[in-house]
Structure formats: structure tokens, C-alpha cells
Design a protein around this ligand. Structure first.
Ligand SMILES: C[S@@+](CC[C@H](N)C(=O)[O-])C[C@H]1O[C@@H](n2cnc3c(N)ncnc32)[C@H](O)[C@@H]1O
Length: 230
């Protein structure tokens, strides 16, 4: 998909400003010896990222075309609204805003108080709690969807965490993950993520997100959506 000239210019500027993109890795954290960012990033690091987090095109979804692309993508795989969504590692609440605007009820959880403060301002209709996504203190068996964008990769034990996430779901609930393996070496490949999900679920569908319309630029990374309905 070709991006408009004005958008492209904005995005080129954004690319120059940050070597990272979508699943922005905190710039205050030095890479490890293999050049990757690994799990264990502290909430203080994410607190420091909160003020500028939405500047990335896919984070803030300020551009109408990018927001529309994410809306089409998510609404295409989520159960129809009204449905109850747990957004784990919700950041500044951008996806919650998008879903609430489309008739969903969204509870967000993030361990960064600075992210949660922004989310509360952005989506006053939603409930946001400060907490660890590895141990989400949300009501079991009560959600139609567990949604998580760019967080599973950062957890110390993603298999254990995913087992707890599945317990939040109703019997026919859906797991929707957006993850990636960044060019820096961090993150999860789609094959890794599928393996993790298959430890607790039977069904896994992966859609690779190669279209720059999601990110506002061409990316060298592996980016994907993973949906598990059972
Ligand atoms: C790359 S951002 C993604 C934010 C949001 N999901 C989005 O796509 O816009 C990662 C988020 O996960 C949060 N996070 C990382 N580890 C976490 C954990 N163990 N528990 C809760 N939140 C966590 C960070 O504070 C940050 O807001």
C-alpha cells in the first residue's frame, strides 16, 4: 500500500528520530552484548517512555489511515461488539480507545503508572489498573478477548503468563496477540509465539503484518498478528 506524501514525510522524520519503531524498545536501556533487548525491563524504564510513546505512528494512531488499518485488522478478528476485552500491557490506551469507539468494553492493565495515567485520560470510559501482566489481577472467566500488543516478548516467563491469561477468558474467548521479532534481535518470532500459545491452546492462526500501513513505514522486522479461538 502506498502512503500519502505528507504521511511519508512525517514518518521519515519519525524514523530519523528513532531507530526503533512499533514495539518501541526503551531508548534508555542499553542493548545487551548480542544487540537485543531482553525481558526484565523495569516499570521505571517504561514510565520514562510514556510521555513520548504515542509519537510512533502505530502507538498513537494519530494518522487516520493507520488508525483505520488497525481498526479493520482488530475488528476483523475480534468477536462482534459488545464484547469484553482485557488489554494486557495496555500502554497509553490507544488500542483501548480504538475498541471503545467501536462498541467494546475494555479493561486495561499495565505496570507503568505513567502509562496508566495517560490511558485513563485517553479513555475515561475504561477501567485501568496498575499491575503485572504476568499475574493479571482481573476477573477469571469473564472476558471475551485477551488482547496484548508487544508485551508477551518482554515477560520473563511467557508460557506461564499465557496460561494465566487464558484463565481470564470465557469458554469461547479469544486470544489476540500482536508481536514481532525486531531487527535489533529482540522480540519473538511468529514460530516462537505459536509454540508458546500451543502450550495452552489448540488453535493458532498467524497473519504476517508486512503492510507499512500498520507501521507508517517499511520495516525490516517480522511483525504479525496471532489469533487463537480455542
Ligand atoms: C511496547 S509497549 C506496548 C503498549 C501497548 N500494548 C500498545 O501496543 O500500544 C509495552 C507495554 O507493556 C508494559 N509492560 C511491560 N512489561 C509489563 C509487565 N510485566 N506487566 C505489565 N505491563 C508491562 C509497558 O509498561 C508498556 O506500556
Amino acid at each position: 500500500m502506498i502512503l500519502g506524501h505528507a504521511l511519508q514525510e512525517r514518518l521519515d522524520t519519525s524514523t530519523r528520530r528513532s531507530a526503533f519503531s512499533v514495539a518501541r524498545q526503551p531508548t534508555s536501556l542499553p542493548p545487551t552484548s548480542d544487540g537485543a533487548y531482553h525481558p526484565g525491563m523495569s516499570k521505571e524504564v517504561w514510565d520514562a517512555e510514556a510521555a513520548s510513546f504515542d509519537e510512533e505512528p502505530d502507538h498513537g494512531l494519530a494518522h487516520e489511515g493507520i488508525r483505520a488499518a488497525w481498526g479493520d485488522l482488530l475488528l476483523g478478528v475480534l468477536p462482534s461488539a459488545p464484547a469484553r476485552v482485557a488489554d494486557l500491557g495496555c500502554g497509553t490506551g490507544t488500542l483501548a480507545r480504538l475498541l471503545v469507539d467501536n462498541g467494546y468494553t475494555v479493561d486495561g492493565l499495565d505496570f507503568s503508572t505513567a502509562m496508566i495515567e495517560r490511558a485513563k485520560t485517553k479513555v475515561p470510559e475504561s477501567r485501568f489498573v496498575v499491575g503485572d501482566a504476568s499475574y493479571p489481577d482481573l476477573e477469571s472467566g469473564s472476558y471475551d478477548v485477551v488482547l496484548c500488543r508487544h508485551v508477551l516478548w518482554a515477560l520473563p516467563d511467557p508460557v506461564e503468563a499465557l496460561g494465566r491469561w487464558v484463565r481470564l477468558l470465557k469458554a469461547d474467548g479469544v486470544v489476540v496477540l500482536i508481536e514481532g521479532r525486531w531487527h535489533t534481535g529482540g522480540g519473538l518470532t511468529a514460530a516462537n509465539a505459536e509454540q508458546i500459545v500451543r502450550t495452552v491452546r489448540k488453535s493458532v492462526e498467524v497473519q504476517h503484518l508486512t503492510d507499512p500501513v500498520y507501521w507508517g513505514k517499511e520495516l525490516p522486522d517480522e511483525r504479525y498478528l496471532l489469533v487463537s479461538v480455542a
